[in-house]
Design a protein around this ligand. Sequence first.
Ligand code: ADP
Ligand code: TRP
Length: 372
Amino acid sequence: MRAGLVIFCVSGLPDYGRPYRWALFLGGPRKVKLCRLIHCIVEVDLRILSGIQPSGKLHIGNYFGAMRQHLALQADHEGFYFIADYHALTSNPAPADLASRTLEVAKDYLALGLDPQKTVFWRQSDVPEVTELAWILSCVTPMGLLQRCTSYKDKVAQGLLPNHGLFAYPVLQAADILMFDSNLVPVGADQKQHIEVTRDIAVKFNTQYGQIFVIPEEQILESVAVVPGIDGRKMSKSYNNTIEIFESESSMRKKVMRVVTDSTPVEEPKDPDKCAVFALLRLVADEAELTEWEQKYRRGGVGYGTVKQRVAELLCAYFRPYCQKRQELDQNPDYVEQVLTQGAQRARAVAAETMQRVRDAVGLGKKRDARV
Ligand code: ADP
Ligand code: TRP
């Protein structure tokens, strides 16, 4: 079977760019891993997709946990990245805030190096087909699957209204991913469950209606899966504990100096693995410097204040090269709009094909061969 699959995948199938569907056809979701290997060997393009909610200013947790991977992957793969404004609507933001935050996220991505020539980049609500797909998917989604989602429970515990959108959020996310035949979804660790739900929904749909969807996989980098915020919890727009990517250097420094630490005295040894300041240092220091600081921690004699100063210095230096481009984009909102509009056109072309396949499969609309 394996040899057959290899031959299938490398022998110029019409569906060559989407061998995952063949893997599923031949052997189910487990063959997808094998196909990923084949992708590497024969250098077939992987389709990478991810989204970020415009629910506030982007922070270094978003950057190191997700965006940096998105930007790195666009060089060798087909990137599909979007700003998830339908998702952000679940927390009922003021209309003007939602619109302006969406543009801010677009500017951040472009300033950090997203290349709109290579990568399809759009605003989710400009491709309304996803809401239709979400509805169709919701009709095969067991209630229990959504009831188990921890992100819904967390958000309600934080005081968000338990509206239906918030509850059904993972189905919309599944629609985002499945609409574009995505192979890999680079995200932070908090999104793992949502990608698992997507896979469950896709398998359920394929079992019921035929091999329609590619089964995606998450990509979570262990070393940056959870970037801590200044209070030591996961950095998140909803916890008010962020260091923003594009805040002023003085404000960035102040925030780093506020990162919570324990009260171990300067002279005593400290555990780098339990220290939020060290976790931030890992994001920006090179290996040699990290080893040095690690030894200093374990030996004792170094104060948290000294490490914080170095973290602040490195963080400011890391983002400094992108600041000028970010300011230029602030002066050029028409360009940003134009990028999003063109991205939406490209995304809609793919969405139209998928919806045709899906509508035919479930029996919605006129039969395809009756259409001219
Ligand atoms: P937030 O929690 O700040 O609202 P989002 O839910 O919009 O962030 O996340 C956007 C992307 O950034 C997701 O892929 C998410 O996993 C990642 N991400 C968010 N916060 C962190 C973090 N603290 N560490 C690592 N990745 C993160
Ligand atoms: N739920 C994701 C988050 O909060 C955002 C998102 C929406 C997303 N749709 C997606 C991420 C599809 C990856 C793929 O971060």
